[in-house]
Design a protein around this ligand. Structure first.
Ligand SMILES: Nc1ncnc2c1ncn2[C@@H]1O[C@H](COP(=O)(O)OP(=O)(O)OP(=O)(O)O)[C@@H](O)[C@H]1O
Ligand SMILES: [Mg+2]
Length: 123
Protein backbone atom coordinates (compact mmCIF):
# COMPACT_ATOMS: atom_id res chain seq x y z
CA UNK A 1 0.00 0.00 0.00
CA UNK A 2 2.76 2.42 1.04
CA UNK A 3 4.98 1.29 -1.89
CA UNK A 4 2.08 1.71 -4.29
CA UNK A 5 1.22 5.15 -2.85
CA UNK A 6 4.92 6.10 -2.92
CA UNK A 7 5.15 5.16 -6.57
CA UNK A 8 2.05 7.26 -7.36
CA UNK A 9 3.55 10.18 -5.43
CA UNK A 10 6.86 9.87 -7.31
CA UNK A 11 4.99 9.71 -10.59
CA UNK A 12 3.25 12.91 -9.62
CA UNK A 13 -0.19 11.34 -9.67
CA UNK A 14 -0.57 11.83 -5.92
CA UNK A 15 0.74 14.68 -3.79
CA UNK A 16 2.93 13.77 -0.80
CA UNK A 17 0.42 15.52 1.49
CA UNK A 18 -2.46 13.36 0.30
CA UNK A 19 -0.33 10.24 0.80
CA UNK A 20 0.59 11.28 4.36
CA UNK A 21 -3.05 12.06 5.23
CA UNK A 22 -4.16 8.77 3.69
CA UNK A 23 -1.62 6.83 5.77
CA UNK A 24 -2.68 8.74 8.89
CA UNK A 25 -6.33 7.80 8.35
CA UNK A 26 -5.29 4.23 7.66
CA UNK A 27 -3.46 3.98 10.99
CA UNK A 28 -6.49 5.50 12.74
CA UNK A 29 -8.65 2.73 11.24
CA UNK A 30 -6.73 -0.08 12.97
CA UNK A 31 -7.81 0.58 16.55
CA UNK A 32 -11.59 0.68 15.88
CA UNK A 33 -11.33 -2.56 13.89
CA UNK A 34 -9.35 -4.21 16.70
CA UNK A 35 -11.96 -2.95 19.22
CA UNK A 36 -14.72 -4.35 17.03
CA UNK A 37 -13.14 -7.81 16.99
CA UNK A 38 -12.74 -7.67 20.79
CA UNK A 39 -16.41 -6.79 21.06
CA UNK A 40 -17.46 -10.05 19.41
CA UNK A 41 -15.54 -11.84 22.16
CA UNK A 42 -17.38 -9.81 24.82
CA UNK A 43 -20.73 -10.50 23.15
CA UNK A 44 -19.99 -14.26 23.03
CA UNK A 45 -19.12 -14.30 26.74
CA UNK A 46 -22.19 -12.24 27.61
CA UNK A 47 -24.51 -14.55 25.66
CA UNK A 48 -23.11 -17.59 27.50
CA UNK A 49 -23.63 -15.80 30.82
CA UNK A 50 -27.17 -14.87 29.75
CA UNK A 51 -27.94 -18.52 28.97
CA UNK A 52 -26.77 -19.52 32.44
CA UNK A 53 -28.81 -16.76 34.10
CA UNK A 54 -31.84 -17.87 32.07
CA UNK A 55 -31.35 -21.46 33.28
CA UNK A 56 -31.51 -20.26 36.89
CA UNK A 57 -34.50 -17.99 36.23
CA UNK A 58 -36.36 -20.90 34.59
CA UNK A 59 -36.02 -23.11 37.67
CA UNK A 60 -39.47 -23.51 39.17
CA UNK A 61 -39.67 -22.86 42.88
CA UNK A 62 -40.59 -25.87 44.98
CA UNK A 63 -42.44 -23.52 47.30
CA UNK A 64 -45.85 -22.96 45.76
CA UNK A 65 -49.08 -21.24 46.69
CA UNK A 66 -52.18 -23.36 47.25
CA UNK A 67 -54.56 -23.23 44.23
CA UNK A 68 -56.97 -20.73 45.83
CA UNK A 69 -54.45 -18.86 47.97
CA UNK A 70 -55.35 -15.29 48.80
CA UNK A 71 -52.91 -12.51 48.01
CA UNK A 72 -51.13 -11.51 51.21
CA UNK A 73 -51.26 -7.79 51.99
CA UNK A 74 -48.01 -5.96 52.67
CA UNK A 75 -47.04 -6.88 56.22
CA UNK A 76 -46.46 -3.93 58.49
CA UNK A 77 -47.41 -5.26 61.88
CA UNK A 78 -45.36 -6.81 64.63
CA UNK A 79 -44.92 -10.52 65.28
CA UNK A 80 -46.24 -11.90 68.50
CA UNK A 81 -45.96 -15.41 69.93
CA UNK A 82 -48.42 -15.74 72.78
CA UNK A 83 -47.78 -18.93 74.76
CA UNK A 84 -47.11 -20.99 71.62
CA UNK A 85 -46.51 -24.72 71.92
CA UNK A 86 -45.75 -26.85 68.90
CA UNK A 87 -44.51 -30.32 67.99
CA UNK A 88 -44.20 -32.05 64.64
CA UNK A 89 -45.28 -35.48 65.82
CA UNK A 90 -47.48 -34.80 68.83
CA UNK A 91 -45.23 -36.85 71.10
CA UNK A 92 -42.08 -34.71 71.21
CA UNK A 93 -42.81 -31.00 71.74
CA UNK A 94 -40.39 -28.64 69.97
CA UNK A 95 -41.72 -25.33 71.25
CA UNK A 96 -43.23 -25.17 74.72
CA UNK A 97 -45.02 -22.06 75.94
CA UNK A 98 -43.00 -19.59 73.83
CA UNK A 99 -43.92 -15.92 74.15
CA UNK A 100 -42.23 -12.93 72.53
CA UNK A 101 -43.13 -9.82 70.61
CA UNK A 102 -41.15 -8.23 67.77
CA UNK A 103 -42.24 -4.67 67.04
CA UNK A 104 -42.47 -3.38 63.44
CA UNK A 105 -39.00 -2.35 62.24
CA UNK A 106 -37.31 -4.11 65.10
CA UNK A 107 -34.58 -6.60 64.25
CA UNK A 108 -34.59 -9.78 66.31
CA UNK A 109 -32.40 -12.87 66.31
CA UNK A 110 -33.29 -16.34 67.52
CA UNK A 111 -30.20 -18.07 68.88
CA UNK A 112 -29.63 -21.43 70.51
CA UNK A 113 -28.03 -24.85 70.06
CA UNK A 114 -28.82 -26.97 67.01
CA UNK A 115 -32.18 -28.76 67.09
CA UNK A 116 -33.77 -26.52 69.70
CA UNK A 117 -36.47 -25.16 67.37
CA UNK A 118 -35.04 -21.93 65.90
CA UNK A 119 -36.15 -22.72 62.33
CA UNK A 120 -39.45 -24.11 63.62
CA UNK A 121 -40.37 -20.80 65.33
CA UNK A 122 -40.84 -18.57 62.25
CA UNK A 123 -42.24 -21.40 60.08
N1 LIG B 1 -40.33 -31.31 59.36
C1 LIG B 1 -40.06 -31.86 60.54
N2 LIG B 1 -40.69 -32.97 60.94
C2 LIG B 1 -40.41 -33.53 62.12
N3 LIG B 1 -39.52 -33.05 63.02
C3 LIG B 1 -38.86 -31.93 62.67
C4 LIG B 1 -39.09 -31.28 61.41
N4 LIG B 1 -38.29 -30.19 61.33
C5 LIG B 1 -37.60 -30.17 62.49
N5 LIG B 1 -37.93 -31.20 63.30
C6 LIG B 1 -37.41 -31.46 64.65
O1 LIG B 1 -37.72 -30.33 65.45
C7 LIG B 1 -36.64 -30.01 66.30
C8 LIG B 1 -36.23 -28.57 66.09
O2 LIG B 1 -35.75 -28.43 64.78
P1 LIG B 1 -35.33 -27.04 64.16
O3 LIG B 1 -35.01 -27.31 62.74
O4 LIG B 1 -36.39 -26.02 64.43
O5 LIG B 1 -34.03 -26.72 65.02
P2 LIG B 1 -32.99 -25.53 64.81
O6 LIG B 1 -32.87 -24.86 66.13
O7 LIG B 1 -33.42 -24.68 63.66
O8 LIG B 1 -31.68 -26.33 64.48
P3 LIG B 1 -30.42 -25.88 63.60
O9 LIG B 1 -29.61 -24.95 64.45
O10 LIG B 1 -29.71 -27.17 63.35
O11 LIG B 1 -30.94 -25.25 62.34
C9 LIG B 1 -35.53 -31.02 66.00
O12 LIG B 1 -35.57 -32.04 66.96
C10 LIG B 1 -35.90 -31.56 64.63
O13 LIG B 1 -35.50 -32.92 64.53
MG1 LIG C 1 -32.47 -24.24 61.75
Amino acid sequence: MIAYGGRLALAGELSAGVLVVFLLYLSKLYKPIRDLSKMTDTIAKASVAYERIQEILDVESRVRDLPNAREAPAFRGGIEFDHVSFGYTGQAPVLTDVSFRIEPGQIAAIVGPSGTGKSTSPA
